[in-house]
Design a protein around this ligand. Structure first.
Ligand code: ADE
Ligand code: ZN
Length: 340
């Protein structure tokens, strides 16, 4: 890859639409929080943690991800976690983020909904404000739990509705189809939440149809498997449903065998609003720029492809149209300056 493309990616204004805050917990912070909260973790050193990050499928990762999040106990922990992530993305010229958290991953172990949401919200507002990074917050239901637990979580969220833009669906995909959550997504839609769901990461194309037809999502998280079904690709393009694709995550979780097999270029060529995101950057070896760089390198993406990807990040966001237009103008200005 030319040094020019690398430089272009680094300065490009970007949006991240698929990021689990708990997946941005760096090993150093895991030890810091474990120490201050007196929580036992099954690792003796940062090196040992990093060595454990070898996965052959989604569940391998999830087991470690849920262990890692045990260190998050206080509002300050959630604040510091979010602040650390924001500082990192700001340094990479990511201008807008729409981030997930997993309330049930915390309430199930005795940490209150309020503790997590307040810490995250305050950091997004204060630190995001200082750094000039705008944000939206999305709470995800854990699909390996039952729908009643998701409904209870939606009820927990009611007093904090002004802090939360949308609801999502994550965790173990296979065996937990979107149809399991039709009722709670219906309730969330009635309450005015935006809707997203992980679908077609490991799961089959039918799960993407269910997310669209039963959950009535505004955006699909991952969605890689749509490429198995040309009719579905045409529909997603026609309906302008954005896909939040996570290239390094796909590689680490063996959704693709090699980055050169990644469908990103085919997605762009099919007219999909495909976006680049980092998913769980601390576990998958890279934040936004690493995801852009590795995809560009493996697939030989052009400057025009990269501009389209960055534009898609804002176009697929839950920002208001005038805000999207403002960010697209920033991309135009950047490109004009880069070429001058
Ligand atoms: N939770 C965190 N990251 C996830 C992913 N990539 N898929 C499903 N659930 C997740
Ligand atoms: Zn994800």
């Amino acid at each position: 890859m030319s040094a020019n493309i690398e430089k272009f990616i680094i300065g490009l204004p970007k949006a991240e639409l698929h990021l689990h805050l708990e997946g941005s917990l760096e090993p150093e912070q895991m030890f810091e929080f474990a120490g201050r909260n007196k929580i036992d973790i099954p690792f003796k050193s940062i090196d040992e943690v990093k060595k454990a990050y070898e996965f052959s499928q989604l569940q391998d990762f999830l087991d470690i991800y849920y262990t890692g999040m045990n260190v998050l106990q206080t509002e300050q922990d959630f604040y510091d976690l979010t602040a650390n992530y924001l500082r990192k993305v700001a340094s990479e010229n990511t201008k807008h983020v729409e981030v997930f958290f997993d309330p049930q991953g915390h309430t199930e172990r005795g940490v209150e909904f309020k503790t997590a949401v307040t810490g995250i919200h305050n950091a997004l507002r204060e630190v995001g404000g200082e750094l000039g990074v705008t944000s939206k917050l999305i709470m995800c239901f854990l699909r390996h739990l039952d729908e009643a637990s998701a409904v209870a979580t939606l009820e927990d969220a009611a007093p904090f509705k002004h802090m939360i833009m949308g609801v999502g669906l994550d965790s173990s995909e296979l065996g937990h189809p979107p149809s399991k959550f039709e009722r709670v997504f219906g309730l969330a839609k009635e309450q005015g939440y935006k809707l997203v769901a992980h679908a077609g990461e490991e799961g089959p194309v039918e799960y993407i149809y269910e997310a669209l037809d039963l959950l009535r999502v505004d955006r699909i998280d991952h969605g890689n498997r749509c490429m198995d079904d040309p009719k579905l690709v045409a529909r997603i393009a026609e309906e302008k449903i954005a896909l939040t694709i996570c290239p390094l995550s796909n590689l680490k979780l063996c959704v693709v065998d090699d980055m050169s097999d990644h469908p990103m270029k085919k997605m762009l060529d099919a007219g999909l609003i495909a976006t680049i995101n980092s998913d769980d950057p601390s576990y998958f070896g890279g934040y936004m720029n690493d995801n852009y760089l590795s995809t560009a390198k493996a697939l030989g993406l052009s400057i025009d492809d990269l501009i389209q990807l960055a534009r898609n990040g804002f176009i697929g966001s839950f920002l208001e149209q005038d805000e999207i237009d403002g960010y697209l103008a920033q991309i135009d200005d950047y490109v004009a300056e880069f070429n001058s």
